[in-house]
Design a protein around this ligand. Sequence first.
Ligand SMILES: [Zn+2]
Ligand SMILES: [Zn+2]
Length: 239
Amino acid sequence: MIWRRLLEPGLKITPDKRGSTSPVEKGRLMKIRTCPVGAFQTNCYLVADEETREGVLIDPGDETERLLKLVRNEGVTVRALLLTHGHVDHVMRAQEVKEALKAPIYAHRADLDLIRTAPQQAEFFGLESGPVPVVDGELKEGEDFRVGNLVFQVLHTPGHTPGGIVLVSGNSAFVGDTIFAGSVGRTDLPGGDGRQLAQSIRTKLYRLPDETILYPGHGPPTTVGEEKSSNPYVRALDA
Ligand SMILES: [Zn+2]
Ligand SMILES: [Zn+2]
């Protein structure tokens, strides 16, 4: 079992079994900080529980020092690094950040091979490569990811990459490159599939409530309702 082999002792967090309601249902406040990093201005998100100040970093793709400074300034204890998918601009600094913060890395198993090729991807895009991220645990649809008081529902949304995921917490969804405001992730890179991406968006993302705020891997946030009514690319993917 590859995941077991990759698991590093002492870094795995124990899932919080207390209660099953989401932070928003319980009236908790969740803090979200966006930090666009690197050549592709990839959005790294710091998500933390306001009360406990425990949180996660989603897609620490570049500019390690800036991300660490953000974490310090916000006074957040980062308990996990979550990767929405295996593209280099989302994963390239995960290992450095992991070592600095002593926080384990989680991703979907279908993108594990892609994550291992981060240096080759970096070379392809003319980027300077960081160390290959060592993934510690799996994000899996049907298994909520819990850290402190935060709960993330995991949706597997292949199409941009085979192991792309969306992380839903209350009325917020971190969607990686599955969808953008008025656009969708490219499907011409290895492992991409346009029809599959359209299906992922229709059958998973668009089933979330219209008011759900979507935080994409690039560009500004949007909502499910907004994209449902105006995103031209989702329809075009099926053509
Ligand atoms: Zn991508
Ligand atoms: Zn990206």
